[in-house]
Design a protein. Structure first.
Length: 95
């Protein structure tokens, strides 16, 4: 079963990336992940360490480390603002 393409609206850069899903749900687009990671990191500054954004067939997973729950929340809202894909999981650790 093929998954439909989804738009990833990266408004800070003034362009739209199309995320195309293959037959396997675990397949990821590292270029789109890297671009979204860069945009979110720019918006957050140094609030999130080791930020990793994983694009899955059903949405976005956020990973990394934050010193406050507020920073974790900011990262989630930045990812929601910059992309049209839903946030499946926010796995950013607060430590």
């Amino acid at each position: 079963m093929a998954y439909p393409s989804k738009s990833l609206n990266l408004s800070d850069m003034g362009r739209v990336l199309v995320v195309t899903h293959s037959e396997e749900p675990g397949t990821q687009s590292s270029e789109n992940e890297s671009c979204l990671e860069t945009l979110v990191q720019r918006r957050l500054g140094a609030r999130i360490r080791k930020l990793r954004i994983i694009l899955r067939h059903d949405g976005v997973v956020l990973q990394g480390m934050a010193s406050t729950y507020y920073a974790k929340q900011l990262a989630q809202h930045a990812a929601m603002d910059l992309g049209e894909l839903p946030i499946v999981a926010n796995e950013i650790e607060v430590c």
